[in-house]
Design a protein around this ligand. Sequence first.
Ligand code: ADP
Length: 487
Amino acid sequence: MVSKEDIQIKPGKLFINGKWVDSVSGKTFDVLNPATEEVLTSVAEGDKADIDLAVSAARKAFEKGPWKKMDARERGKILLKIMELIEKNKDELALLETMDNGKPISETTNADLPLVIDCLLYYAGWADKIHGETIPVRGEYFNYTTREPVGVVGQIVPWNFPLLMAAWKIAPALACGNTVVFKPAEQTPLTVLRLGEICQEAGLPDGVLNIVPGYGPTAGAALAEHMDVDKIAFTGENATGQIIMRAASKNLKRISLELGGKSPNIVFADSDIDSAVAGAMTGIFFNQGEVCCAGSRLFIEKSIHDEFVEKLSDKTAGMRVGDPVDADTQMGAQVSKEQFDKILGYIDAGKQEGAKLVTGGERCGERGYFIKPTIFDAVDNNMKIAREEIFGPVVSTISFDDIDEMVRQSNLSIFGLAAAVWTKDIKKAHRLARDLKAGTIWINTYNAFDAASPFGGFKQSGFGRELGVHALELYTQVKSVWINLGS
Ligand code: ADP
């Protein structure tokens, strides 16, 4: 086991063209541990000038470097090497993520890191299997297609799964032969900077991956509007997604957006109640509720409502919230003071709107951004806490007795990222899988993920699918070639 004392967190730099450099402005910003409110280190603050340098390095690496021309299988081998080095350093990376983000070590060890490794392995395997088609066109022609990389890709991610979001974006982009300029969230740049070192060690050519930590309206905006970036992939808030879409329109970049959610988690009376209680908790309290697909609206069939809420509240009140580095901790700290205040604001709004606070509803301890896991009962689907994404450990329960009305309410959201259904009735399960408007449907489970299965949103939860074969669509473009076989 790696302990806190074993980790030496050095000041972070920008990773541009294979070199670790200061920002052009010389500015830096502090990165905090949200569990202790202490400064972990300072990191070079990238800005427009640094994004310009990173984009030109990525362009040069794309047009002239070995990456695009290299045998696809060799690219796959480098991705595999990156995977192996992540695996070798997984305890250190898990702890670094926990210290930077505030999430429990049990989650970084058992969820984040295994999923990161899985993602690298999966896309390493794709590198040499991306190919075109031959098409039986009319006339004396031979027609075929090729699938080519898009070019220089800009990627902007949030702070809730810093390394995992990096893997979801960087692995498919590189497997397809693109070069990347990556901007981590300003709250959590540390693990992706470590990934930069790992990529170097694995032999990734200079300029193929560039990492520019910095703030959204400066570094992020410069990347989104850059005229020499061919594609932008973004995960984050809806309002930021709209800004990015506008910025990307300047040179009509391809874009893919993975935005917010207000996912319904639906429990029927004929479900296995104990599993559904556990699923309701995973759905909302995993990662302190800082999950875009969190099951934040819990629809419970009326006949089991009281029993279910009682069981849920007993278990929730007994959750171990505290030091994220402690292996027994179940819920850690919210990522920042800003997020902490925002969640407490939503809790106040819930109380004011007349929802019934069952448990939680306040901060936990005096130091660090901890919030008690919170359940609001008797929530109306029109209340603010049921409509807006809280991104915290706050669940709203809504009881139902009519399936059609419940489905209507479930779908009555601007979002459509995920939904879950708990029932033993196979017909009901499939019917709801058909009728719920969401990019992911979980039946008798929650938060199941695999690098091979696509993830993304319906409606305002975004567009484009990450993971699986679908991500290859995001990072390639098709060329159609015609050859005249006639005279
Ligand atoms: P949050 O407010 O919860 O941090 P955001 O969607 O604002 O969520 O942040 C996700 C990512 O988007 C972060 O890396 C952030 O720096 C970046 N970002 C924020 N604002 C902008 C912007 N105007 N242009 C580009 N990126 C941005």
